[in-house]
Design a protein around this ligand. Structure first.
Ligand code: NAD
Ligand code: DAU
Length: 335
């Protein structure tokens, strides 16, 4: 039996990962270490609270004493914990540096001193910057982060690589493209647009809407992270993507059609400052070396995601209150 400390397990990707591991991996126990920021939601895993291979610990990865305690008896760390929203990093980058950089450094330090077997750093394709009309990000693409969020993630990746190089730590880095699926906080494009459209509210398209993202289902991302934990080589980077490039406007039209809503609900707003134009991932290394490949087709995955939001009105109502309303006003009131 291996025990994994999953940080940020109450967020979107972490909670989907924990759900799948508990369902399908009987040789893995999970300690979920999460500070429960605005993005962390205990409701995401409420049905699994009493699972025999699951334990929740409320804690902050920048709190060394709490991390030391949580890592006792743990075999591996999967570090999902982060401030994850680009727009928020433009409003205030402070929490991004604190959690994404200092938090990762503290986790690495404690994992090293407690001789944790493997550290998986969950990173992002945004560290590579922006592509032109052609080409793909490979693991060899130089880092060129453009937003405070991606700069903080790139800094964390470089710290991980420094710990591998300097201390011989066993760590791997995964870099994934845009995730979608259930339990995603409705500040990101897909859940924001679905939940707005369900209420006949307008959806804000930044700039000309021709920016391209490469969409992957969250469970495919989780399967890649698990494969990296099991089969990855220390010091290596693995890219994950869905081979599913879509311009934001085309994706918006698709969501409008699936929800039966008119195109008049589209509102063009001022562009995101420094907006990356295109992301697209070459994931052949992960396919070759980890035996992983994305399974979910976008057509099915998007329909299922819309159905999930439709079936979870109480969840939406809960997360769209409090801090969310303040953020939404700050973000879109000015655009
Ligand atoms: P999320 O914002 O939904 O969840 C983040 C979680 O981390 C929350 O539960 C939050 O409470 C927790 N957290 C934040 N600060 C913390 C701290 N200091 N200590 C402990 N817990 C803390 O994020 P997500 O979309 O699930 O992303 C998870 C990870 O995957 C992030 O590292 C992100 O950079 C990376 N990633 C995300 C995507 C994507 O499309 N969402 C794609 C590639 C990589
Ligand atoms: O590529 C991986 C990254 O994907 C992750 O590292 C990040 O954590 C995750 O948030 C995501 O970043 P993006 O900035 O690409 O995602 P977001 O959903 O914020 O935006 C997707 C695209 O949609 C982007 O081009 C901006 C645009 N957009 C977004 C919002 C929220 C709009 O046009 N309007 C909006 O209201």
């Amino acid at each position: 039996m291996a025990t994994l400390l999953v940080t940020g397990g109450c967020g979107f990707i972490g909670s989907n990962f924990i759900r799948d591991v508990l369902a399908n991996e009987p040789d893995i126990s999970i300690v979920n270490f999460d500070a429960l920021t605005y993005a962390g939601n205990l409701a995401n895993l409420a049905d699994l609270e009493s699972h025999s291979r699951y334990r929740f610990v409320k804690g902050d990865i920048t709190d060394r004493a709490a991390v030391e305690k949580a890592l006792e008896g743990v075999d591996g760390v999967i570090n999902f914990a982060a401030e994850s929203h680009v727009d928020r990093s433009i409003l205030d980058s402070g929490p991004f540096l604190r959690t994404n950089v200092i938090g990762t450094q503290i986790l690495l330090d404690v994992a090293r001193s407690q001789k944790i077997k493997r550290f998986v750093q969950v990173s992002t394709d945004e560290v590579y910057g922006s592509l032109g009309a052609t080409g793909l990000f490979t693991e060899e693409t130089p880092l060129h982060p453009n937003s405070p969020y991606s700069a903080s993630k790139a800094a964390a990746d470089m710290l991980v690589q420094a710990y591998v190089h300097t201390f011989g730590m066993d760590a791997v880095i995964t870099r994934c493209s845009n995730n979608y699926g259930p339990y995603q906080f409705p500040e990101k494009l897909i859940p924001l647009f679905i939940t707005n459209l369900m209420r006949d509210q307008q959806v804000p398209i930044y700039g000309d809407g021709q920016q391209i993202r490469d969409w992957i289902h969250v469970r495919d991302h989780g399967a890649g992270i698990l494969a990296a934990w099991r089969k990855g080589k220390a010091g290596e980077v693995y890219n994950f993507g869905g081979r599913c490039e879509k311009a934001n406007l085309d994706l918006t039209h698709l969501m409008l059609d699936l929800l039966g809503k008119p195109r008049t609900l589209i509102k063009y707003v001022q562009d995101r400052p420094g907006h990356d134009r295109r992301y697209a991932i070459d994931c052949t290394k992960a396919e070759r070396e980890l035996g992983w490949s994305p399974q979910m087709t976008f057509d099915v995955g998007l329909r299922e995601t819309i159905d999930w939001y439709k079936a979870n009105e109480a969840w939406i109502k809960n997360v769209r209150s409090g801090d969310y309303l303040k953020y939404y006003q700050q973000q879109y009131g000015s655009r």
